[in-house]
Structure formats: structure tokens, C-alpha cells
Design a protein around this ligand. Structure first.
Ligand code: C2E
Ligand code: CA
Ligand code: CA
Length: 574
């Protein structure tokens, strides 16, 4: 039992008060400190705001019963005190009801004795301690000591009510750590835990005592800031939170740098309901991350609509992958005299039952960000292989087939194995395949890229750099890659005859390629003028609507034999 016990007695009989005090002193010794309140209204305030180790509450006070007082003591969340109800035998009090209303114990005045009091006091105080411990467990995150999801939810609900009453703003910040999973995986879970603790400390430091900082799980944190005047105040706090991650974190000797991305939803501007605010802050966080991490975004309903559309499309794409609703069109590539078809580029198409044909520009970015590009890429390569086999059976001349690979596919560690597996399974020679990788893909990925490219090259697969000219590759940089072809981006070809800069870029790419012994192809050739310019500069290969649009495999099979009799510039229809 604690050294000093502060007990409050609420009752208006001085004789009873004196008797109680004497018995308590005998039971508890010198540690007793007793306060006496003899009036119903005066008792209200201390019951809600002060803290006593124990309260003795007389059932009768000022001619009314004190159940109401009991309720008040129990409803002050987090600081409720043990209350022992005192009653006369003739009150015929329902003791269970009293306990249910929040009393720790119930004693009959006629049966009071020192030993009964001693037991009751000890019991009430112990019980309270256990309750308190349970409350702590159910309201706080054991790792960081921050509010957990339960308490966060209570505080948010409470904050919203206050905010709506007070004509002010409440801001809900939703945070997570950029690349926490990688840190956790590489440094181990104890370091991950340390980092979460350090982050909690910094978040606490950046906020006010009246703000609630919570850990909602994993590396997800939330902050509720109330009593804010303007959106500027909120922006300021968001910036403060971001910069609090500037310094690296010291995890037992190891310095780790991580940043945070933040989504913000405001009450009442973006909603007045906890779930709605949470959903909106979460969406804003998603937007912040999509915009490049280490920054914050306010909820934006327009972005919300777009995000929902994206999610719906993603679902449909999963469905389409399952049902193999994707197909390929093929666009021929020519020698620049237009006489020879040197290969075709496979371009994916999605035939949607309701929307009709969806162009890759409308779904490849989504496939990229959702990771669906990986299964899609495999299906594309499988379709290409099946097509090559079918053409072979039809006795068509052998052609190179170019397949586009996007950045996510290229950073897949299993890429090479997947390609080998598909080619082997379909019995297609690697020599028949050319992979197109954009210049940006090469610039963005790490040293493992060279290894991956070399393995593909050693298999006999040809490698072309797509959209060349947009990524500012230096000559020495290019030399590191086992690449055999550069594809001049359509953007430069478009104005090559009218824009001096574009002409210069196209010319230098051609000359650069020649100097490095690379093949050069220009894409998006639409006019004779463009073709003449490219040919004069020495570009050996061309592709574009001037010669042929992308077309289905069947159309291509019919088009190929008859095109030999047509002059260059004769278009095939898609
Ligand atoms: P890309 O690799 O640059 O493909 C060339 C795009 O330019 C194709 O559009 C083609 O139809 C179009 N094109 C060809 N000649 C001309 C021309 O003379 N004028 C004009 N204005 N356009 C021309 P498409 O088929 O819509 O493909 C767009 C992009 O989608 C591709 O750009 C590629 O990045 C991506 N993509 C297509 N298929 C696949 C695929 O199977 N896998 C991956 N990862 N990406 C793909
Ligand atoms: Ca391409
Ligand atoms: Ca291209």
C-alpha cells in the first residue's frame, strides 16, 4: 500500500465522518490524509477533476441519493477513482447495481469495523490499479508508448465534436515512413523497432502536448491537431514534421536516414466523421507518395474520384489477365529504303467488353504502379512466342519480334529466369526476340542492370534502347551496356524537318550510333520529308504510320506478301 493515502469522504454527518476517520487511522496508520466534502454540488467538481486514492461516498446526501455522483466519478476517462459506497441497512440498496454503476465496493455502516475497512481499502485500491493497467494496455502502443488505434479513435471522435462546437479546424495527419520495409529487412527487426521509437520521439517533439500522436500499426502514425486557426498553421506543422526527419536516426551506432510522407484531412472541410476523415487522410497519403515521397498532400476530392476510377480499372485488369483478354498488334520495322521488313514490334491491346479497345497508354502506367505489369509482361511474351510458332507453321519468313519491357519488369530480379522459362517452354529461339528498354529505365536502375542485360545478351536476345534522346545518356554511360540498337524517340522525329533543335538531336543520335557501331531506328515516321531527312543523315531503319500502322496478326499475314509490290508510303490499315 502507498506511503500516503489520500481519501475523500463525501457525506454530511459529522459523527459518521469522525468515526470513519478514527477507524481508517487505526487501519492505515499515519499515512492517512483525509478530505471531507459535505455537500452534493461541491462534490461534483472534485470527482471529475481531482485525484484521490479512494473515495467514501455516503448513499444519502442533501436529501437525495448519490448514484449520480458515482457515475460522474466513473465517466472521467482515464483518471477514475475507486469509490466505496456507504449505506444504511434500511436503504435496502441493491449492491450489485451499485457495483455496476462503477463502485469498487459497498459497505453497510452498521457493520463497519477496522478490519473490514482495511480489507475494503486495500481491495479497492488494488482493483483500481489493475483497471488502470488494463486501460493502459488497451490504449497505448507498448513499443512506442504512443496512443494506439483505440485511444486514437476516441480522441478523434472527441476532437471532432469539440471542433464542430468551436468553429475551429482539426487536422488529421496520416504518416508512414518511406521504405521502412527495406530498413527492417536489411537491419533486422530490433533496429526497426528502435527506429519506430526514435521516430515517435521526434513526432512528439514536433507537436504540442495537446495534440495526439498515435501509432496505428507497423510504420503508420497519425497525429490529431486541434484548435488550429487556418490552413497555414497546418502547412507549417506538416513542414515541421517533414523536416524533423532531416537528421539521420542513430540506431545503436548505425546511422539510418528515412523520410516520411504525410496525408492530411481537415475537419470540417473534408468531413465530420472519424471514418471519413481517416479514409481521406489515407488517400491523401497515397497521393503524397505517388508524388515522390518525403512530402505532404491535403485531401483533394478530385484526386479521390480519379483514385477510385483507378482502383476499379485495376480490378478489371486483374479480371482481364485472368481471362486473357489482352492481345497483340504488330507494327513492322523497315530498312530505310522501305524495301525490307526487318521485324515487327509487339504492342499490347486490351479489348474491354464495355469500353472497347483500350490503348496501352491508358493502362500500362496503372499496370506499372500496381505491379500487374509483371503478369501482363509474361502474357505478352507468351503470346509473342505462340505467334512466332504460328507464323513458322504458316511458312512465313523469319522476323525479329521486338517486345517492350517497362521499368518495373526490368527491376524484377526474376526477369531473366522468367524469359528463359517462357522461351524454352514455347521452343522459341532467343535470336528471334528483341527487347526494348527505355533509356530512363537504364538511367534509374542500379548496377545489377548491367549484369541482367549481359545475361540476356549472352542468351542471344537483342537489346534496343527505346525512346532514345529523352534521358540524356552520355556516350560513356551507353558503352557500359551490351546494347545493339538505339530507337530515336518519336518526339524528335515529329518536328525533325521544322525544328532546328530536334534536327540536331536526331542527327547526333544517328552519328553517335554509327560511331558506336549500333543500329539506329527512327520511330513515328509519318511523312516523306521526315524519311528523307533521316535517310540523308544515315539512319538505317524506320518505323511509323508512313509505312505501316500496328495491325493484328491475321492482317499482318495478309499484308506482308502483297506489300513487296507497293511503294514505300503505302499504308496498311490497323
Ligand atoms: P512505344 O514503345 O514507344 O510504342 C510506339 C507507339 O507509337 C505505339 O503506340 C505505336 O502505335 C505508336 N506509333 C507507331 N508509329 C507511329 C506514328 O507514325 N505516329 C504516331 N503518332 N504514333 C505511332 P501504342 O501501341 O499505343 O503504345 C504506346 C506505348 O505503350 C508504347 O510506346 C510502350 O511504351 C507501351 N507498350 C505497348 N505495348 C507494351 C507491352 O507489351 N509491354 C510494355 N511494357 N509496354 C507496352
Ligand atoms: Ca517500343
Ligand atoms: Ca518508343
Amino acid at each position: 500500500m502507498a506511503d500516503r493515502i489520500h481519501i475523500l469522504y463525501i457525506g454530511n454527518d459529522p459523527g459518521e465522518q469522525q468515526l470513519l476517520e478514527e477507524m481508517l487511522r487505526e487501519a492505515l496508520g499515519d499515512g492517512l490524509l483525509m478530505t471531507w466534502i459535505d455537500n452534493f454540488n461541491e462534490a461534483l467538481w472534485p470527482l471529475e477533476t481531482s485525484y484521490y486514492d479512494l473515495v467514501f461516498l455516503d448513499y444519502h446526501l442533501d436529501g437525495r441519493d448519490t448514484i449520480e455522483l458515482l457515475r460522474r466519478s466513473a465517466s472521467s476517462e482515464g483518471r477514475s477513482m475507486p469509490v466505496v459506497m456507504l449505506a444504511d441497512n434500511e436503504d435496502h440498496l441493491d449492491d450489485l447495481e451499485v457495483i455496476r454503476q462503477g463502485a469498487a465496493d459497498y459497505l453497510s455502516k452498521q457493520e463497519l469495523s477496522v478490519s473490514i475497512l482495511k480489507r475494503s481499502v486495500r481491495y479497492a485500491i488494488e482493483r483500481k490499479k489493475i483497471e488502470q493497467r488494463l486501460l493502459t494496455l488497451s490504449h497505448y502502443d507498448p513499443l512506442t508508448g504512443l496512443a494506439n488505434r483505440n485511444l486514437f479513435y476516441l480522441k478523434l471522435t472527441d476532437g471532432i465534436i469539440q471542433t464542430l462546437r468551436g468553429n475551429q479546424l482539426l487536422a488529421l495527419f496520416f504518416l508512414d515512413l518511406d521504405h521502412f520495409k527495406e530498413i527492417n529487412d536489411t537491419l533486422g527487426h530490433p533496429s526497426g523497432d528502435r527506429l519506430l521509437q526514435e521516430v515517435s520521439t521526434r513526432l512528439k517533439k514536433a507537436t504540442r502536448a495537446s495534440d495526439t500522436v498515435a501509432r496505428l500499426g507497423g510504420d503508420e502514425f497519425a497525429i490529431i491537431a486541434t484548435h488550429l486557426g487556418t490552413e497555414d498553421d497546418i502547412t507549417l506543422l506538416a513542414k515541421k514534421l517533414i523536416t524533423s526527419f532531416n537528421e539521420p536516426f542513430n540506431l545503436g551506432g548505425t546511422q539510418v536516414t528515412t523520410h516520411t510522407s504525410i496525408g492530411i484531412a481537415l475537419c470540417p472541410v473534408h468531413g465530420h466523421d472519424p471514418d471519413e476523415l481517416l479514409r481521406h487522410a489515407d488517400l491523401a497519403l497515397y497521393q503524397a507518395k505517388a508524388a515522390g515521397r518525403n512530402n505532404f498532400k491535403f485531401y483533394d476530392s478530385e484526386l479521390d474520384a480519379r483514385a477510385q476510377e483507378y482502383r476499379a480499372l485495376e480490378q478489371e485488369m486483374r479480371h482481364a489477365l485472368h481471362h486473357r483478354d489482352f492481345s497483340l498488334h504488330y507494327q513492322p520495322m523497315f530498312s530505310s529504303d522501305g524495301k525490307q521488313v526487318i521485324g515487327v514490334e509487339a504492342l499490347v491491346r486490351w479489348f474491354h467488353k464495355v469500353r472497347g479497345m483500350i490503348a496501352p497508354g491508358d493502362f500500362i502506367p496503372l499496370a506499372e504502379s500496381s505491379g500487374l505489369i509483371l503478369p501482363l509482361g509474361e502474357q505478352v511474351l507468351e503470346m509473342v512466342c505462340d505467334q512466332i510458332n504460328q507464323w513458322q507453321q504458316m511458312g512465313m519468313p523469319e522476323m525479329l519480334v521486338a517486345v517492350n519491357l517497362s521499368p518495373t519488369q526490368f527491376s524484377d530480379p526474376d526477369l531473366v529466369e522468367k524469359i528463359i522459362h517462357i522461351l524454352e517452354e514455347k521452343g522459341v529461339s532467343p535470336q528471334r526476340i528483341e527487347l526494348e528498354i527505355t533509356e530512363n529505365t537504364l538511367m534509374e536502375t542500379g548496377p545489377e542492370v548491367i549484369e541482367r542485360l549481359t545475361r540476356l545478351h549472352d542468351l542471344g536476345i537483342k537489346l534496343a534502347i527505346d525512346d532514345f534522346g529523352t534521358g540524356y545518356s552520355s556516350l560513356s554511360y551507353l558503352k557500359k551496356f551490351p546494347v545493339h540498337k538505339l530507337k530515336i524517340d518519336r518526339a524528335f522525329v515529329k518536328d525533325v524537318t521544322t525544328d532546328q533543335d530536334d534536327a540536331t538531336i536526331a542527327r547526333s543520335i544517328i552519328h553517335l550510333g554509327q560511331a558506336m557501331n549500333l543500329e539506329i531506328i527512327a520511330e513515328g515516321v509519318e511523312t516523306e520529308d521526315q524519311l528523307n531527312f533521316l535517310r540523308n543523315e544515315g539512319c538505317q531503319q524506320v518505323q511509323g504510320f508512313l509505312f505501316a500502322k500496328p495491325m493484328g496478326a491475321d492482317t499482318l499475314a495478309k499484308w506482308l506478301p502483297q506489300r513487296h509490290s507497293s511503294p514505300p508510303g503505302h499504308q496498311a490499315s490497323a
